[in-house]
Design a protein around this ligand. Structure first.
Ligand code: FES
Length: 227
């Protein structure tokens, strides 16, 4: 989806839980799916602690996303609507790197949310250090989740796709849509066979159900490559 359409869709973002700053698209191309922990309880705003990252599937059962409670507010910027919750600190993005589609897999992940400071060198050779980044160690792309997952470093050509979230009156969270440039089709084309086996489903291009499970990022992959 191009930025113009994304902006148009975001302009219509509004849910009943206005006090929670929840946002959802009225033209979401994907179904709403409630976030649950693996014990079946709802993922609520209060259940997420600052600095924590979770992985959930959306909009397909085989396409991983980050759910992150940032340590600071993530207000709306440009066409990106910002985080949800009273302090706008809860954000979600596709976890498929826009460069060569590195993604969290059960055996290993090269892309992860890093609450601690990470460093990289800018094109002019200056060392940059920032905490709270999404870092892909495949070829060192760095995304800023407090600013719509914009690319700060590396070969990634575009931001991560943003997953819109809505919170109901109890703070229970749902994923309501995917916006911005996404990699789903080429991702499923490239990795679909392996993903179907890994997730134990017959077809990789299967949309999530009305519920989707969030797993702590530190537990999702057996090995996290950090850089
Ligand atoms: S796949 Fe992420 S930087 Fe290349």
């Amino acid at each position: 989806m191009d930025r113009r359409r994304f902006t148009k869709m975001c302009s219509g973002l509004l849910t009943g839980a206005a006090s929670l700053h929840a946002r959802a698209s009225t033209q979401s191309p994907y179904r709403q799916s409630a976030l649950q922990f693996d014990d079946g309880t709802a993922v609520t705003l209060d259940a997420l602690h600052p600095g924590e990252a979770w992985i959930f599937s959306y909009p397909y059962k085989t396409t991983p996303c980050f759910l992150i409670r940032l340590n600071s507010s993530a207000p709306q910027r440009g066409s990106w609507p910002g985080g949800v919750g009273p302090d706008q600190s809860v954000v979600a993005f596709s976890a498929i790197c826009s460069h060569k589609m590195s993604h969290p897999a059960k055996p290993i992940t090269h892309i992860s949310y890093r609450d601690e400071p990470v460093s990289w060198y800018s094109k002019s050779g200056e060392r940059q250090t920032r905490a709270g980044m999404i870092s892909c160690c495949s070829e060192r792309s760095v995304y800023d989740p407090s600013d719509g997952a914009t690319v700060l470093n590396g070969p990634a050509p575009v931001p991560l796709a943003a997953i819109s979230l809505a919170a109901d009156g109890t703070g229970a969270l749902s994923a309501t849509g995917s916006h911005g440039p996404d990699q789903y089709d080429r991702f499923l084309e490239a990795f679909g066979f392996r993903l179907a086996l890994e997730y134990g489903i017959s077809g990789a291009k299967t949309l999530v159900d009305e519920q989707t499970v969030a797993i702590k990022a530190s537990d999702f992959s057996a090995h996290q490559v950090l850089c």
